[in-house]
Design a protein around this ligand. Structure first.
Ligand code: TPP
Length: 566
C-alpha cells in the first residue's frame, strides 16, 4: 500500500508502540505534523523549547522504561535539541529524536533553516541517520529505535528532509532489524562469571559499586540486593544508580564520590575487591585516579565493552547486560555453594560501622531559621513517604537531594549525571508526569537552574500535570559560590543574582499556584498545600540559608580518602 513519508512516520511509531512524543513544529516538519493531526495512536506534547522536548522525552523514558521520542524542526529547532541529545547520551537514556531537514535538493545550498545536523550531532549521539529516500524511512526508524534501546542505550537522531514527508512509496515494515556491524552482547562469558564468584567468595573486604546500568536492565535492582545479601557485601551507588538498592537497606553505605558519604568513600579506598556493576568510573566518582581503590582487584561489568578499562583498569572484565550478568552470578554462586569469608566480613563491617558513626551527612537546623536546604528535602521525603519521583536541576540542591531524599526504588531519581545540565529538572518532570500521572512528582531546583527552562511551567499547566516545584532559593549559583569560596579565596565572580523574579507570581502567571516561604512554619503549611493540591502545579519558592555548603566533599583532583567533612 502506498503511503507518504509522513504517514509512514506515524505508522512506524504506532508499530514501535510509541504512546507519547514531545515536540515543537516548524516548516520542515509540517508534513509530519499534518499526519500527526490526523492520527490517534500516540499523543503529542507541545513543549515551549526544543531542549525541553528532549529532557521531557528523557524523563518519560526513565520512568516508563520505554524509549523517549521527540520531533523538532530543522535548523534552530534541531540545534536547540543538542543539549538534550548530549544529556541523554551521557546518561545512557534511550532517546530517539526526529529532526526536520530542508528538502533534499536544497541540502548544502545554505537554505533557510538549514543546519548540518548529522555533522553537529555526531559526537552528541550514539548514532545518527540522514534519510535520503522515502523507501528507506521505515527501516531507518526501526534501526533508530533498535540502536537507542539496546546495548548501552543512548540518543539517536533521524534527520528527515521535508520533501520525504510528501513522497510516496509502498509501506514495508521490517519485522526484524539485523545490523551486522551492531551486535551488542547480552550475557557474560561463563568463565569470567566463575572467576568473579571465586574472587567474591575469597574477598576479605568486598565492595559492590553500582550505577545507572541497574536502571536500564529491568529487574536488576532486586538481583543486586540479593547478591549483596548473599555475599554480605556493602553496596554503594553512583548518583545515577541511587535507588538501585533501598537507602535503608543495611548493606547500603550511601553514594560515593565527590559528595558521597564518608563510609562509602573510605570503604572504596580500603576494599580488596571492587565490583563495578553498570557504572563507568566517572571522575566525580573516582577522584584522583592513582589513589582510587588502591588495594582492590577490580571486576567491571558493563554492557558497553568500550567503557571497560577506559578510566580504571579492570582485572576481570565482564561484558553483558547487567540484569543478565547478575542472574548469572547468582546462579553460579548457588551452583558453587560457597560461602563468603564470614570472619573477615565481620571485621570489615565493624570498620564500616566506625566510619558510619561519623554521620557525615549530619546538619543542624535551628528553630528560628534560616531554613536549611537539607531540612526541606527531609520534610519532602516525609510528606511523600519517600515515594515521589524526584527530578533535579544541577547544583547544590541536586547533591542535597541525592544525599537526603532517601530513594527506595529505581526509576525514582531523575537527574542529569553525566552532562550536568541545568534546566533538566522541570522538563524531565513534565516527561515523568506523562509516564506516571498519578504519582507524586517533585522538582528540586535552584534559582539559577530553574530560569533555564522555566517556560515549561506553561506545558505543565496546559496538560494539567500535578508537579510540585521546590525551589531552594539562595539567590546564588550555590555550587559555583561554594567552589569560589573553597578554591578561589571567596572571589564571588558573577555567582550572585542582584535581580530575581518574584517566582510565586511568575508561577501564578503561568496558571499554577505560587507560594513564598521564609520560615519553618510556612514551610510545613506550604508542603501540605502542595501535596494536597489538585491544581496543575504548585511552585514553592523557599528562602534557604544563603551560604550553606554541600559536605562531605572530595575536592576536584583529590583522593577519595582526602574528603573534607564540614
Ligand atoms: C547549562 C549549564 N550551565 C552552567 C553550568 C555550571 N553550573 C553548575 S552548578 C551551577 C549553579 C547552579 O545554581 P542554582 O541552580 O541556583 O543551584 P544551587 O547550586 O544554588 O543549588 C552552575 C552555573 C551547568 N551545570 N549547566
Amino acid at each position: 500500500m502506498q503511503m507518504t513519508g509522513a504517514e509512514i512516520f506515524v505508522e512506524c511509531l504506532k508499530r514501535e508502540g510509541v504512546e507519547v512524543i514531545f515536540g515543537y513544529p516548524g516548516g520542515a516538519v509540517l508534513p509530519i505534523y499534518d499526519a500527526i493531526f490526523q492520527q490517534s495512536h500516540f499523543k503529542h506534547i507541545l513543549v515551549r523549547h526544543e531542549q525541553a522536548a528532549l529532557h521531557a522525552a528523557n524523563g518519560y523514558a526513565r520512568v516508563s522504561g520505554k524509549c523517549g521520542v521527540s520531533l523538532v524542526t530543522s535548523g534552530p529547532g534541531a540545534t536547540n535539541a543538542i543539549t538534550g541529545l548530549a544529556d541523554s547520551n551521557a546518561d545512557s537514556i534511550p532517546n530517539v529524536c526526529f529532526t526536520g531537514q530542508v528538502p533534499l535538493p536544497m541540502i548544502g545550498t545554505d537554505a533557510f533553516q538549514e543546519a548540518d545536523i548529522i555533522g553537529i550531532t555526531r559526537s552528541a549521539t550514539k548514532h545518527n541517520f540522514l534519510v535520503k529516500n522515502v523507501e528507506d524511512l521505515a527501516l531507518t526508524i526501526r534501526q533508530a529505535f533498535h540502536i537507542a534501546t539496546t546495548g548501552r542505550p543512548g540518543s539517536v537522531v533521524v534527520d528527515i528532509p521535508k520533501d520525504l514527508g510528501f513522497a510516496k512509496c509502498d509501506f514495508v515494515w521490517p519485522e526484524k532489524v539485523n545490523m551486522r556491524s551492531y551486535q551488542p552482547r547480552t550475557s557474560g562469558h561463563a568463565g569470567q562469571i566463575k572467576k568473579a564468584i571465586k574472587a567474591m567468595l575469597e574477598a576479605k573486604r568486598p565492595m559492590l559499586y553500582s550505577g545507572g546500568g541497574i536502571m536500564n536492565a529491568q529487574g536488576s535492582a532486586a538481583l543486586l540486593k540479593t547478591l549483596a545479601h548473599q555475599l554480605n557485601a556493602p553496596v554503594t551507588n553512583t548518583l545515577m544508580g541511587l535507588g538501585g538498592i533501598p537507602f535503608d537497606d543495611k548493606h547500603f553505605v550511601g553514594m560515593l564520590g565527590m559528595h558521597g558519604t564518608y563510609e562509602a568513600n573510605m570503604a572504596v579506598s580500603h576494599c580488596d575487591l571492587l565490583v563495578s556493576i553498570g557504572a563507568r568510573f566517572d571522575d566525580r566518582v573516582t577522584g584522583r585516579l592513582d589513589a582510587f581503590a588502591p588495594d582492590a582487584k577490580i571486576i567491571h561489568i558493563d554492557v558497553d565493552p568500550t567503557s571497560i578499562s577506559k578510566n580504571v583498569d579492570a582485572d576481570l572484565p565482564i561484558v553483558g547486560d547487567v540484569g543478565i550478568v547478575l542472574q548469572q552470578l547468582l546462579d553460579e554462586l548457588s551452583h558453587q555453594g560457597g560461602v563468603p569469608d564470614l570472619e573477615a566480613l565481620k571485621l570489615w563491617w565493624q570498620q564500616i560501622d566506625e566510619w558510619r558513626a561519623k554521620d557525615s551527612l549530619g546538619f543542624e537546623q535551628s528553630e528560628e531559621g534560616p531554613i536549611k536546604p537539607q531540612t526541606v528535602i527531609h520534610k519532602v521525603h516525609d510528606i511523600t513517604k519517600g515515594n515521589a519521583i524526584v527530578t533535579t536541576d544541577v547544583g547544590q540542591h541536586q547533591m542535597w537531594a541525592a544525599q537526603h531524599y532517601g530513594f527506595k526504588e529505581p526509576h525514582k531519581f531523575l537527574t542529569s549525571g553525566g552532562l550536568g545540565t541545568m534546566g533538566y529538572g522541570l522538563p524531565a518532570a513534565v516527561g515523568a508526569a506523562m509516564a506516571a500521572p498519578n504519582e507524586p512528582i517533585v522538582v528540586f531546583t535552584g534559582d539559577a537552574s530553574i530560569q533555564m527552562c522555566i517556560q515549561e511551567l506553561a506545558t505543565a499547566y496546559q496538560y494539567r500535570q500535578k508537579i510540585v516545584v521546590v525551589l531552594l532559593n539562595n539567590a546564588y549559583m550555590g555550587m559555583v559560590r561554594q567552589w569560589q569560596e573553597m578554591f578561589h579565596e571567596s572571589r564571588f565572580s558573577h555567582s550572585y543574582f542582584d535581580s530575581l523574579p518574584d517566582f510565586a507570581k511568575l508561577a501564578e502567571a503561568y496558571g499554577g499556584v505560587g507560594i513564598k516561604v521564609d520560615t519553618l512554619d510556612e514551610l510545613d503549611k506550604a508542603l501540605e498545600v502542595a501535596f494536597g493540591s489538585q491544581e496543575s502545579f504548585v511552585f514553592i519558592d523557599i528562602a534557604v540559608a544563603k551560604e550553606e555548603n554541600v559536605f562531605p566533599m572530595v575536592p576536584a583532583g583529590a583522593a577519595l580518602n582526602e574528603m573534607v567533612l564540614a
